[in-house]
Design a protein around this ligand. Sequence first.
Ligand SMILES: Cc1cc2nc3c(=O)[nH]c(=O)nc-3n(C[C@H](O)[C@H](O)[C@H](O)COP(=O)(O)OP(=O)(O)OC[C@H]3O[C@@H](n4cnc5c(N)ncnc54)[C@H](O)[C@@H]3O)c2cc1C
Length: 534
Amino acid sequence: MPNPLGIDRTRKALAELEAPLARAFAGARTRDIDEQQVAVARLADVATKLRAAQELAAWAESAGELYREEAAVFAGSVASDIARLVRDHGAEHGLTVADLPSEETQSFAREALAEERVRAIGRAVAAQRGRNDCPLDETLVLTRDAARSFAESEVAPHAERIHRGDELVPEAFIQKMAELGYFGLSIPEKYGGVEMGNVAMVITTEELSRASLAAAGSLITRPEILAKALLAGGTEAQKQHWLPLIASGERMVGISVTEPDVGSDVASVKCRAERATQNGVAGWTINGPKAWCTFAGRADVLAVLCRTDPDVSKGARGLTLFIVPKTRALGHEFEVVQPGGGRLVGKADATPGYRGMHSFTLSFERYFVPAENVVGGDAGVGKGFVLQMGGFAAGRLQTGGRACGLAQAALEKTAEYVVDRKQFGKPLIDFQLTQYKLGWMATQLAAARAITYSAAAAMDEDERAAAPYASQAKLLACRVAVAVTQEGQLLHGGWGYAEEYPISRYVVDALVLPIFEGVEPILQLKVIGRSLLS
Ligand SMILES: Cc1cc2nc3c(=O)[nH]c(=O)nc-3n(C[C@H](O)[C@H](O)[C@H](O)COP(=O)(O)OP(=O)(O)OC[C@H]3O[C@@H](n4cnc5c(N)ncnc54)[C@H](O)[C@@H]3O)c2cc1C
């Protein structure tokens, strides 16, 4: 192991790196984002990495030496990113050689990124078989242990079968998670939740996702999104009615925003809802297609974003969020027919990973919903976009947790494999390049976890203000999950491609993470870029 780099040097280097980035953002403020998309996406990436590096360094202060070394390596990589930003793209960002990191910081980066340091991290990670030993307070340790015990004993044994058979999440998982209070983690106690806060929610999600992203780790996301929308904009009667049902797991939720022709441009949603009366009940009928509605079959209610104002020029202001009840359906196709003739038809789209919940293309035909199911009541008409986006901010934070859990699983399985597998007469971990790869996998994951937990704590303080931060956590953690699972697969060689080894499942599961809840470029530009430029 080379001489450890003191955390003070790491923090000093990171503090210096803020200035050139701030100048680049200041320069970008004068132009529209869409006229400089590539530059803004690049800045969003570097700013996100810098923030993660700062959080990891803060964390490492009270953690062991391995964390301090990972913090130094990650900080070194950010210093090198910023040097590249100046050297290769300085003109686009209004930066000159004067913005290059100082000689002291460059020398720190060289030492931090020294191959031997990263390899030493890899060896240490292999020695502890990739286990997650991150420092947490006592309550959070209990939360993590409880979730881990449930996930390891009850989810993990079934994960492979559910994935390979494209089966539906077993009811037993839902029941047990309901008993453990997992659907009400961020719902206030007065509405039937356990209100443990966002950090506990992220840690729980992480542990469930470590066992299976699709069959457990993602079950909390949909209730979370609808609960946040209700808390932000529901009427008191709606909160009292729906939140206890969601928190207890009695009502499973699907979120239906995307349409076949409308994805990132949510303000253009076309699925129509029009006022109607049925059997003397005032309400709305929904007509139109929706796409990619995960868990729509098993769900008892769908949160559906519809256009209620036919004037399309109103854009986002013409959208309303509905809570749409439906009967449960357990297959890959379903049809719900209402007594009044309304129909909802769903068909699951086959996917290489993220199996277990099934994501459906839907068609609503004169599907009736009572007026009381408009989130926010009459005052909520036209407010659906804002409520939906508020819900997504919570969902993105949770997806940061999902990504960390999946990457953690990949790190552990890879660490075990490279210790056990021998080639050329020795274990794979004895090869320098294997040590280096494992060290970099662990370092990236530590940074992703640090920014995700820190964004969760910030969301506990002020959800609105921290929403772009949650998106940064999602951006980095999902990218890390893709990188770590793929590197892990490579380190498994041919067996990494065999279905029988879980790493092959982790790879296909991870690929979906940067796509949903705001595909990566939209997060870079419209959420993180916009927020950092504002
Ligand atoms: C397995 C799975 C589950 C899902 N679950 C749900 C769910 O439960 N509920 C739900 O509502 N949705 C769900 N989605 C949908 C998901 O949220 C969308 O796929 C995502 O928002 C992107 O929309 P899109 O697929 O239409 O891509 P598009 O919006 O067509 O974007 C495609 C690409 O175009 C580029 N692009 C688009 N706009 C811009 C721009 N302004 N500037 C620069 N580049 C741009 C980007 O590179 C982007 O990646 C799910 C998707 C998948 C794959």
